[in-house]
Design a binder for this molecule. Sequence first.
Ligand code: ADP
Ligand code: MN
Ligand code: MN
Ligand code: MN
Length: 335
Amino acid sequence: MAFKAEYIWVDGTQPTAKLRSKTKIVDSVDDLPIWGFDGSSTNQAPGDKSDCVLKPVFTCPDPIRGGGNVLVLCEVLLIDGTPHPTNTRAACAETAEKFAGQEPIFGIEQEYTFFQDGRPLGFPLGGGFPAPQGGYYCGVGADEVFGRDIVEKHMDLCLQAGLHLSGINAEVMPGQWEFQIGPVGAPQVADELWVARWLLYRVAEDFGVAATLDPKPVKGDWNGAGAHTNFSTNAMREDYKAILTACEALGGEGKVDEHIAGYGADIEHRLTGMHETAPWSEYSYGVSDRGASVRIPWQVEKDGKGYIEDRRPNANCDPYVTTRLIINTCCSALA
Ligand code: ADP
Ligand code: MN
Ligand code: MN
Ligand code: MN
């Protein structure tokens, strides 16, 4: 029997990597082989040494093709078997392994924006702007909500693929939406997020719509798009002191710049201090505070345990990098 295995990987485009994929016909989906691609077409190799290696790391049912076909997320290796310089997963897996005893888990809120004909879905056809923000977030009705048919389809596909999708909502700007993946450990949460992004682009393609992770798709008085990253360890899930230790650690010497540098290109365009953000250069944390870098949910303060939300990562962040940074910083402080 012939199956279609869609091999998906993260490329080397700077400053923000793109997803690529191609199909391999296989006799069985139980033991998927390594494969290769032309790295000179993906910003991953020069033309005279173009071969790069695809190593399967996460496989799930292909909910679009169905019928026993699979999606195969891969990491990119050099031909000597070592991680390619653009492979951020290897370091994430190593850090997660080092601190596995603390059982770190993540829930990532992926915001994104639909575009059609060069404007966000729901922006007037002839140019100009829709009514100001206010009614769109979690809205209902054809005057408030744009693209729900794609969002519903994407949600179904993620669930059929077995991803840990935990919800969706319409966002503050028209045409802007969010889905959440988690809570699960790293690097799995990032694997699943990359596959969910691929499914989003792929399903929107069928509607003639582009989904973008641009962190500030419309300049001016319009919300940007983030990837709030919710995080806990076993200690944080039991003890409020550990919650505070993690919050303090994220604001530690050198840590603010290190994290901001790894949280997605053009982060300073989004973290302005307006539109439910804290300025990128000033670290803060607080209970229920959506104007802080890191929010402690009110329920967590009440229960005296739980998780924290790092609100800084951009929509276009690499979740292998964000989760590695958070584990390293917080788990080192909690060790
Ligand atoms: P918000 O109120 O910020 O919009 P969401 O409901 O969109 O929050 O996202 C919260 C995320 O936090 C979800 O992905 C959820 O799975 C995750 N989460 C819940 N509990 C934990 C936990 N203990 N550790 C890590 N993540 C968690
Ligand atoms: Mn949310
Ligand atoms: Mn949101
Ligand atoms: Mn949030």
